[in-house]
Design a protein around this ligand. Structure first.
Ligand SMILES: [Zn+2]
Length: 353
């Protein structure tokens, strides 16, 4: 059996091994249907921007900052910060969660965007021993080491916003369709489900991780949490990667960059471990970044089905950054694959790798 023999969605090309995928009678997956709903929303571009402007007005001038924008230096959060400041005239506080995997080009872009937009930044870096332990334990639990970063961006920005008396957090894109889960308020159940991927921070207590240390990865009490509203910019407008990158280059001198192991020069260039994550996704589920981008482009009718199929064999190569990754975490490549094995889709185990 070959990876190309997997059953795939008749509209996009996601395979039967994609987590949670379900096909209808016509063989169309639920992600295609959800994307269609979202596309219908963003078609009303102008009226939605008006809505966003009115919404943001409610938070203007209430404190030292009007809102917080979680900001990695990557294209999406840079664009969200740009829109807040330039299009809507807000006074945002940029918030950076440093996951210890920042790249030189990512750091340079943080600096350029901050200077270009003239906004304040606060940054938080969790202790490396905690980041490392959480990464390894999340890898064992889910075959994905990104738990502490995915969770920390949310939990620590919420906690910091409360300290700064900020009432609105502005997130960028909905590439992972988080806006389907969160509108307006942060629902604790959905935070547990979607952001923490059903691993509450308390599940990590033990092995040098104390309840006190793990608090930064949890939510504040409900009365505090209810003071914070959230909004996704991507919910109010089309989110065209190409156009965004061009605008950031023209307006803020934002740069693309070659990051070891990455497949593009503009996506996830702020985090050098992201190529390992993409590879591990491929290892577990039989689809990687190229397949995912091809699926999105197919749904947007930007490429043909044949072109999408041509992209699929480009996934699944061990990234150049894997040795650095293993060294950073003090494990061998063999140990990494032993940890990953239980998380691999059984259908893929029949495919020689
Ligand atoms: Zn589909």
């Amino acid at each position: 059996m070959d990876i190309m023999d997997l059953k795939r969605c008749s509209r996009c090309v996601l395979p039967e091994t994609f987590p949670g995928i379900k096909f209808d009678q016509e063989g169309i997956c639920q992600f295609c249907k959800q994307a269609e709903t979202l596309q219908n929303i963003v078609k009303k571009k102008e009226s939605r921007l008006d809505d966003l402007g009115k919404l943001l007005d409610n938070y203007r001038g209430k404190g030292r900052y009007d809102c917080m924008v979680p900001f990695s230096g990557g294209k999406d959060s840079a664009y969200a910060l740009y829109l807040c400041k330039k299009k809507f005239g807000m006074n945002p506080l940029a918030y950076n969660f440093n996951n210890h995997f920042q790249t030189d080009v990512g750091r340079a872009n943080v600096e350029k965007v901050l200077k270009g937009l003239n906004v304040d930044l606060v940054s938080f870096t969790p202790k490396w021993e905690i980041a490392k332990e959480l990464s390894l334990r999340a890898l064992e639990k889910r075959g994905d080491f990104c738990w502490f970063c995915n969770t920390g961006i949310w939990s620590t920005s919420i906690q910091r916003a409360l300290i700064e008396n900020i009432r609105l957090i502005v997130f960028a894109d909905g590439e992972f369709d988080l806006e389907r889960y969160f509108t307006g308020k942060i629902n604790e159940l959905q935070f547990r489900e979607v952001v923490q991927e059903r691993i509450p921070e308390t599940e990590f207590i033990g092995n040098a991780l104390t309840a006190e240390e793990l608090k930064i990865f949890g939510l504040p009490l409900k009365a505090e949490l209810d003071k914070i509203d959230i909004v996704f910019m991507g919910h109010y407008m089309p989110w065209d990667k190409g156009e965004i990158v061009q605008l950031l280059k023209d307006e803020l001198d934002w740069q693309e960059g070659v990051v070891k192991g990455n497949t593009t020069t503009f996506e996830h260039i702020d985090c050098w471990a992201s190529s390992v994550r993409e590879y591990l996704k491929f290892y577990k589920h039989g689809f990687g970044r190229k397949s995912q981008l091809a699926s999105i482009a197919l749904r947007d009718k930007k490429i043909s089905r044949e072109e999408a199929y041509n992209e699929l064999p480009k996934d699944g190569f061990i990234p150049e950054s894997l040795p650095d990754f293993c060294k950073t975490f003090g494990i061998t490549e063999q140990e990494l694959f032993i940890i990953m094995e239980p998380h691999r889709n059984p259908k893929l185990k029949k495919i020689a790798s």
